[in-house]
Design a protein around this ligand. Structure first.
Ligand code: GLU
Length: 330
């Protein structure tokens, strides 16, 4: 009997302790497919931020928070999940964020400009159209009639591909399009079920690095076409995939866009400030630098490059304190 009473008392005090201990808040970051760059970069950011928000350097006055990177369809899906509050942040192409903010393209039906706000610009993404060498596709126009994966409907890749097709007076129907995330294209390309696949992503992308048993090339985008596109879509700009990013592939002209870290405008200012400050902490930056080749190009110096939507006021305050934007928020 006595034993039972002691056990019950022990159980009750355990429950009381539990109910008083704080469960960390959850902060979800929407990324992309498993073998792109958003997901590994998002994971490193989540890992670094969690270490800060749960550790001895926890920002003052901010609840303990656990950050997680979630796979997703890509930029368009990430904006949609931010709007429906299924995530707290997302990696989003600058052009897609701009469409959401100005109600264009897939966001035409919104009643109000999407309440998306930037924390930072991270790194430039590059259109990478990977094709089997034996498919003999040397120019964009030669994609005509070929079986090419254009990524999923929620991806920023498909959105940019549609712009590229239009700029070449082609449409999806001129190809034999397939809509798969890159991780599902690698084996199909090696088995010759696909002749190519596309990714608007940082470099190197794991899906391309995995193409070990097939000769492939990357289709160049003519710089004059890229410039023409920039005239209509200011956040897309001409660029190059540097030589040697992928074994045996020389420098290739392409089209680029910045990847932004985006949150909902409802995120409390103190949280957005703490998030920005922590993102640019030595701890998170060194994780990014050592964790992924693209991570080294994520720097405070380039944090405002290619921003297409307003900064979140909390992020703005961080940059204003460092003289990177004017003291007075526009
Ligand atoms: N930019 C791509 C998209 O929005 C995702 C790229 C990646 O997964 O790294 O669909």
């Amino acid at each position: 009997m006595m034993k039972r009473i002691v056990a019950s008392l022990f159980f009750i005090s355990f429950c009381v302790c539990l109910s008083f201990s704080q469960v960390p808040g959850l902060f979800r970051i929407g990324t992309g497919g498993l073998q792109g760059v958003y997901y590994p970069i998002g994971k490193l950011i989540a890992q670094g931020l969690t270490a800060r928000f749960l550790g001895p350097d926890k920002p003052a006055g901010i609840p303990e928070t656990l950050f997680v990177a979630q796979t997703s369809g890509g930029s368009i899906s990430n904006v949609q999940s931010l709007l429906s509050k299924e995530t707290e942040a997302g990696l989003v192409q600058a052009d897609v964020a701009y469409w959401a903010y100005t109600r264009q393209g897939p966001f035409e039906g919104l009643a109000e400009p999407a309440p998306v706000r930037a924390i930072a610009s991270l790194y430039p993404e590059k259109m990478q159209i990977v094709v089997r060498k034996d498919a003999r596709i040397e120019t964009f126009d030669q994609l005509k009639g070929k079986t090419i994966s254009l990524d999923e409907a929620g991806s920023g890749t498909l959105a940019v591909l549609r712009i590229l097709l239009e700029a070449h007076r082609l449409s999806e129907k001129d190809l034999k399009p397939v809509y798969l995330k890159p991780e599902f294209t690698v084996d199909r390309l090696m088995r010759n079920e696909l002749q190519g696949f596309c990714m608007m992503a940082g470099v190197p992308a794991l899906a391309i690095e995995r193409l070990t048993s097939v000769d492939y090339s990357i289709v160049p985008i003519d710089p004059t076409v890229a410039e023409r596109i920039q005239g209509q879509h200011p956040y897309l700009f001409p660029g190059v995939i540097p030589a040697g990013v992928y074994q045996g592939i020389g420098q290739t002209p392409t089209i680029e866009v910045y990847a932004l870290l985006v949150v909902h405008q409802d995120l409390p200012d103190e949280m957005a400030y703490a998030l920005t400050e922590s993102l640019w902490s030595k701890q998170v930056l060194s994780l990014l630098e050592t964790g992924h080749a693209q991570g080294a190009s994520i720097t405070l110096d380039t944090a405002l490059d290619g921003l297409s939507i307003p900064l979140h006021p909390g992020a703005y305050r961080f940059y204003a304190e460092r003289g990177m934007v004017s003291k007075q928020e526009p």
